[in-house]
Design a protein around this ligand. Structure first.
Ligand code: WTA
Length: 638
């Protein structure tokens, strides 16, 4: 496969960028012309950010799996599509060629149909990182069902919330998942979730860990048995459902600053084109390269850069079941060595945690196949950047610092590997088609050149979110109402004189813990579920490895009396039950009151400063209802 829209020089970048701004419709229509369509579009773009309404390639018909699978069969049928590396390095790995992947996707798509799934139905997928997860995702897309993947670290309660919000009647899961030393009983978590979701008609369970599970008659079926049924019925091929360009492809839940997670909805055509375009350009993918993204498919990074981006480009994508530190901190390097990985895309938190193990785990690992390194999920600090560059890239691999979000669907700001210059801890330049602007707190656009402000995008790109599931108004108020005619990212950024961007982090009440987005309000709600908690306030603080840690101030009047360690454990258990282990506070400080203004608003600014260990310069505390509480909180700082 060749990629005529791949940018190969700095001049070509400047040229493409200019054209994408001056003639966005022609620019994207040219890119789109290299994909497989059942029918071409009538109109490239129709949009307004007021409602908001964004429609790309209206009138076109396609199926994304024909672009990810069928169109490669003739020439690349025997090329590995997925290389699967199991959690346990002693277990045999699996390779699925494009032909094999196509067959399996068709099989499972038929299984879904045979179980009554129809176009537009929502299917929740809760699985570990095994090939069946990618197969399930693509099988949904094949028949036009809307997948909603839930990360394996979320609790039963979180799953139930999402199932109810998406009104999903179908679930695909596994008996369990292996992750490092852990064996996570996924099916049993699903069983707990489904107590609150009687509308779920069918649960398809794939075998992985052979953990004992309970299978409910009439509701639960085994993946493997269902495939046998399909085979007996003689259903082998599964023609792809014809989708409209704007038909939803998937829902992915993500945290915001308020309330429950939102179901971000992505389209079929725009998402496909943008993930492919960014994959080929940012990583400079060359045919035959082995691409290894260490994210989980439960997050947007896995959707876009393990599944859809690479497969639509006919690439070979590595899917790793385990974690970077199991069985030891050399695991990622072993995988690079074993499969001769060319592109390694990971997160700063993983780099920082591996740095902590020193250089020992890198010894005797052949990393010479590496050509490009990538970072995503949070700002990468210079120390981690240089370590990655020196010890992993051996000073010869460009590092791409890719900024984007669940809502943007694909990378929006990043250097292009080896084409546009890197600048440590700067995401640098926008991709073609992306028009970032910085605004001040009054919403005024800051003129080009050096500036610091809130990051917005003032023109739609093909993979922008279309809505938040079931609540379009929420989409409008969250992203399009803060600044008129602009998409607001929730991030703050700096810009230098050359137009490079450096993302400084969230400016709203969203935390970024080990690259996972967590809303402070969500964590507070979970803590407050504990019967002994009167009130709580959650803020972030700088954490050496996680980027941000979770600091909770809690007013507690329950049992345990003075035994704070027991109370802390109770609260951790509660948060794990309500959200999942990823949202567990790192520090819990018990307080007798919270700093509030006379109108009852918690002054988070003060709590944030104290959590950061900055006891001086707390600013004006005279408007507080009870300034004395600040002294107490300062004294009890952990
Ligand atoms: C942050 C992950 C700095 C940012 C793809 C954003 C980054 C949030 C970077 C989205 C980066 C992501 N530099 N910050 N290269 N990439 N972020 O939705 O705060 O899980 O708003 O998507 O992560 O997180 P999400």
């Amino acid at each position: 496969m060749s990629y005529p829209y791949q940018i190969r020089s700095r001049e070509a970048y400047d040229e493409a960028y200019k054209r994408s701004i001056q003639q966005p419709e022609n620019f994207w229509a040219d890119v789109a012309s290299h994909f497989h369509w059942r029918r071409r579009w009538d109109k490239v773009l129709d949009w307004n950010f007021k409602e908001p309404k964004v429609e790309w390639f209206k009138g076109a018909k396609l199926n994304i799996t024909e672009n990810c699978l069928d169109r490669h069969l003739e020439k690349l049928g025997n090329r590995p599509a997925i290389i699967w590396e199991p959690n346990d390095p002693e277990e045999y790995h699996r390779i699925l060629t494009y032909k094999e992947l196509h067959n399996k996707v068709c099989q499972v798509a038929n299984v879904l149909k045979n179980n009554g799934v129809k176009k537009g139905d929502r299917i929740c997928i809760y699985m570990g990182m095994i090939p069946e997860l990618a197969i399930a995702v693509l099988a949904c897309a094949r028949i036009g069902a809307i997948h909603s993947v839930i990360f394996g670290g979320f609790s039963a309660q979180s799953i139930a919330d999402r199932l109810q919000d998406a009104k999903a009647e179908f679930v695909i899961t596994c008996d369990g998942a292996f992750r490092g030393q852990k064996d996570i009983p996924l099916k049993s978590v699903i069983d707990d979730a489904l107590v609150a979701c009687p509308f779920v008609k069918r649960v398809i369970v794939a075998t992985r860990t052979r953990t004992p599970v309970s299978m409910i008659k009439g509701r639960d079926v085994w993946w493997e048995d269902e495939i046998k049924k399909i085979e007996t019925l003689g259903m082998t091929d599964c023609p792809a459902e014809e989708m409209e360009a704007e038909d939803p492809l998937f829902i992915l839940y993500t945290s915001g600053s308020t309330g429950k997670p939102k179901g971000v909805v992505h389209s079929s055509a725009g998402y496909m084109i943008n993930t492919n375009y960014s994959f080929v350009n940012v990583f400079q993918y060359q045919p035959g390269d082995i691409h290894f993204c260490t994210a989980d498919i439960g997050w947007i990074t896995g959707h876009s850069y393990i599944v859809y981006g690479p497969l639509s480009a006919g690439a070979t994508t590595v899917l790793f079941e385990g974690v970077p530190t199991y069985p030891d901190a050399g695991r990622l390097w072993d995988i690079v060595d074993k499969y001769r990985v060319n592109i390694l895309y990971t997160a700063p938190t993983a780099i920082r945690s591996l740095m902590g193990f020193g250089l020992g785990p890198l010894q005797n690992k052949d990393l010479s196949s590496l050509k490009v390194l990538g970072s995503v999920g949070e700002p990468i600090n210079e120390e981690a950047w240089h370590w990655f560059d020196e010890h992993v890239g051996k000073g010869k691999c460009p590092i791409v610092d890719t900024w984007w979000q669940t809502e943007t669907g694909s990378i929006l700001i990043s250097n292009l590997a080896g084409i546009t210059p890197a600048k440590p801890s700067w995401a640098t330049l926008p991709l073609p088609g992306v028009q970032p602007v910085l605004v001040d707190e009054n919403g005024n656009e800051l003129p080009a050149g050096e500036a610091s402000g809130n990051l917005c995008i003032k023109f739609p790109w093909p993979s922008i979110l279309r809505t938040t599931y079931g609540d379009h108004e929420r989409c409008r108020t969250n992203y399009f109402a803060t600044y008129e005619n602009k998409y607001f990212t929730g991030d703050g950024a700096l810009r230098d004189a050359e137009g490079n961007y450096r993302i400084t982090g969230r400016v709203d009440d969203v935390l970024n813990v080990s690259g996972h987005r967590i809303g402070t309000a969500e964590v507070e709600n979970a803590i407050n579920m504990h019967a002994g908690v009167v009130e709580s306030a959650v803020v972030g603080y700088p954490h050496d490895i996680k980027g941000q840690g979770i600091y909770a101030y809690v007013i507690f009047n329950g049992r345990h009396g003075d035994d704070q360690s027991l109370t802390r454990k109770d609260i951790l258990v509660t948060v794990t039950r309500i959200i999942g282990p990823i949202a567990k506070p790192d520090k819990i400080q018990f307080v007798s009151g919270l700093p509030k203004t006379r109108s009852g608003k918690i002054m988070r600014r003060i709590l944030r400063k104290i959590a950061e260990g900055e006891m001086e310069n707390l600013g004006d505390t005279s408007t507080l209802l009870d300034p004395g509480v600040v002294e107490e909180i300062k004294n009890g700082h952990l």
